[in-house]
Design a protein. Sequence first.
Length: 301
Amino acid sequence: MSSGYIGRNSSPTGGLWGEVVAKKQVNGDEAGKLGSGLNDLVFLGSEIKAGRLGRSLTQEHLAKATGYSLSYVSKVESGLIVPSQRFVEGCDLALGTDGLYARLRARVVNTGLPAWFQPFVQQERKARWITEYSLTLVPGLLQTGDYARASFEAYAPEATADEIEAQVKARLERQQVLAGETPAVFWAILHECCLRIPVGGRGVMRAQLAHLVTMAALPQVTLQVLPIELGAPPSADPMIMLRQSDGLECLYSDTVMGGQLSNDEARLSDAARRIERLKADALAPRHSVALLNQLAEEFHE
């Protein structure tokens, strides 16, 4: 099986605004099995292309009509970049689509989720068991709104306040997978570094640590801390493993080179071994909560 590659900006739920490059998930056997389908950005590009071809126009014609380069038009139609507002308005004018493309662009932006991250979120919503290992930031499913906002502001300082709030809203909505009558079972392994980086300042971090203690008390949530004193961790990359009720599993891992969503058996097996080692090396859940309370007190100082 092949692994699905998902481009990224700066984090799994980092900013994706303006003309940021966003590589779409690769088509192939695995993409089909995961059922990702077209994401909103790819759909927008395909609709612009369909509108252009329907009027027997070349990409060169559309580029001239909108005042953009041929390369820009090609990237938009391929779903590789989020088109600017001016570009989609130009397309609507040139193709006589009465604001269709502007509305589709608004849908892409207002989701608060990068298009490349949407296939993962679709799988996360269906997952019954979730295991996550994080090294530098508290997992999104456990973040407070203020913590999420501070992380997004750091990732995308050029984003507007409305765009940041859309991202925060989308992140908090993801947390619904841990709520309701049949919440997913979530096992989080946090490197101690996650708990010591003062994201948003001391007050925000203190509230975040208190929130982690609250979440750890839920019956469906298990939280372990991997202590700094351990030295080199069993894995230098963050990862998330999802398992659905039918046993289907997939792995998501995020690096500076991009995110990968995979159900390759060899990768799943390797990740499972690493996770078992992480659980063994991490503090017991009750000791992890004790450390959380200790660090929260330190942020009072």
